[in-house]
Design a protein around this ligand. Sequence first.
Ligand SMILES: CNc1nc2cc(C(N)=O)ccc2[nH]1
Length: 374
Amino acid sequence: MAAIKYRLIKKDSRTNARLGILETPHGVIETPVFMPVGTQATVKAMTPEELKEIGATIILSNTYHLYLRPGHKIIEKAGGLHRFMNWDRAILTDSGGFQIFSLSSLRKIKEEGVEFRSHIDGSKHFFTPEKVIEIQNALGSDIIMSFDECAPYPADYEYVKNSMELTIKWAERGKKAHKNTEKQALFGIVQGGIYEDLRKECAQRLVEMDFPGYSIGGLSVGEPKNVMYDIVDLTTEYLPENKPRYLMGVGSPDDLIEGVIRGVDMFDCVLPTRIARNGTVFTSKGKLIVRDAPYAEDFSPLDEECDCYTCKNYSRAYIRHLFKANEILAARLATIHNLYFLIKLMERIREAIRQDRLLEFKKQFFKKYGYKEE
Ligand SMILES: CNc1nc2cc(C(N)=O)ccc2[nH]1
C-alpha cells in the first residue's frame, strides 16, 4: 500500500489546472494546496493550533536545518517530527539539496555526494542520496524529497546537463535506499534549468522510475517569471496526470494562480511568513507595508475583505504601532493574516476550478490586486 493516494477530481476545461484530493497518513489534503514553511520544526510565529485554525493541511520542514540542529536522531527519539513539534497533520520535508547550495559554504560536489560546511558552526558534513533518505526516514515526514542539485540561474547548458544527470543518478540511489514506502512517499525532483530538452529528458527518466509524486525544482532562483511559467508548462506535459506535481519555492499570489493554470498541485514559499515579519502584508488590493506612516491613524483592518483573526480584531494603526515598538505580536498578527490570505486564495482557486471559471477568477483577482495580465 503506498503512503499517499492522489485522486484527480476535475480538470479545468480551458487550462491545465486540476482539482484533486491527496490522502496521506496524516490527513486528507485538497489540491491545489499552499504549504506554509516550517524550516526549523516551527512555522515562525505560529502555534500548530493557529495553523489548523487558518486551514493549513500540510507544512514543509527542512532536512538540512533539522539535521544540523537539533539533529535527526533527537527528533527520532522524540517519536518523529510530528510528535516533536505537536503537528498531527501532513509534513513534507525537502532533501537539503537546495539549502546546501543556498546556505552553506565550502561545497564540494562529487558523484558520491556533497561535502559542505554548516552555516551554523562551520563544521564539515557529507550528504549522499542515501544519507538524506535516512534523515527523512528518521524525521517521519509523510512526503520526502530525493537528493538533487538545484543548478544556479543563469547556468550554461553543459553545467545544467551534468547537474541534471547527477540528479537522476541520485534519484535512483535514493529510491533504492528508501524502505519506508508505506508511510513516506518519495518524490523525484525534475531539474534541467531553463533548457527544454533537459527538462523533458529529466521528467521522462524520473517517470520511468515511477515515483508517487514529482517536484519541479531549479526554479524561482532568479529567472524571469515568464521563463519560470514556460518551464512549468513544459515540464508538467511530461508528468503523469494521476500523480501530484509540486513546484518548489513558489510563491506569490500571481505565481500560485499561474502555476495552478499550468498544472501544479502543491506549492511552498517562505514569502508570506518572511514579509509578514518585516511588516508587509497581502491584501485583495495588493501588498501593503503596514509599518509605514500613512497607517498611523488608519483604524480599518489590514484587508476589508479578509475574515482572519487579525482582520476581525485589530486595526492597521494598532499593528503598525506593534511593528514600530518591535513587539512580538506584530509578527504573529501579520503572519496569521498572510498565511490565511494564501490558504484562502487556494480555496477560492479550487472553487473556481469546480465551477469552471478559473480564468475569470484570475482576471478579477489580478485586476483588483493590481497585477498586469500575462
Ligand atoms: C525560493 N525558490 C526556491 N527554488 C527552489 C528549488 C529547489 C530545488 N530542489 O530545486 C528547492 C527549493 C527551492 N526554493
